[in-house]
Ligand binder design. Structure first.
Ligand code: ADP
Length: 192
């Protein structure tokens, strides 16, 4: 099963992806996690991305595509994957579409987690206290939400037009949301 999770910052993509990974037994590919690992390792790419991420801006499409090509070339993705944090704009959606077709692994399904903005802001504020992520300060959060509305939300239409989109209500307990996602995926054959 090749699945992409869509949703605003704070919508719970990362948390649900971690659970889905156990359930589906496929790797969870989070572009945010991949970038944070580069920053933590102090690599050239990490040094380039650090300030951009802290300000809540998007790292370049070129860097992201290279990182993903690399990740998809690893054998553990052969049986499927859960993608989280990508695509974030139309150019990334097109690039991903081409890349996956080229490697013979087209996307099966897109799930959008829908959460009202007030709740997103509240959740990120809670996470900021708990985790201290450099980009969870108010200014960066505002920037990320604006970028989501202007650049990422249109990507949802791309998956809708391809007949791959299911919208899931992201408000509720972790279990409730997880079960809604499983229900949404139930018609897809491989899900047990
Ligand atoms: P969130 O969805 O909560 O904002 P992520 O962990 O998905 O958190 O992403 C954190 C940051 O990493 C983004 O604000 C951005 O700077 C960078 N990033 C992650 N994915 C991408 C992407 N696909 N394109 C560009 N930048 C990205």
């Amino acid at each position: 099963m090749r699945l992409v999770l869509l949703g605003a910052p704070g919508s719970g993509k990362g948390t649900q992806a971690a659970r889905l990974k156990e359930h589906l037994q496929v790797p969870h590919i989070s572009t945010g996690d991949l970038l944070r690992a580069e920053v933590a390792a102090g690599s050239k790419l990490g040094l380039e991305a650090k300030e951009i991420m802290a300000a809540g801006n998007l790292v370049s499409d070129e860097i992201l595509l290279g990182m993903l090509e690399d990740r998809f070339s690893r054998p553990d993705t052969a049986g499927g994957f859960i993608l989280d944090g990508y695509p974030r704009n139309q150019a990334q959606a097109d690039a991903l579409d081409h890349l996956l077709k080229r490697i013979g692994q087209p996307m099966d399904f897109a799930v959008q987690l829908e959460v009202p903005t007030e709740l997103l802001v509240e959740r990120i504020a809670g996470r900021a206290q708990a985790e201290g992520r450099a980009d969870d300060n108010p200014e960066s959060v505002r920037k990320r939400l604006t970028i989501y509305d202007t650049q990422t939300a249109p990507v949802i239409e791309f998956y809708r037009q391809h007949g791959q989109l299911t919208v899931v209500n992201g408000v509720g307990s972790l279990d409730e949301v997880f079960n809604r996602i499983l229900e949404a995926l139930a018609p897809v054959k491989e899900v047990g």
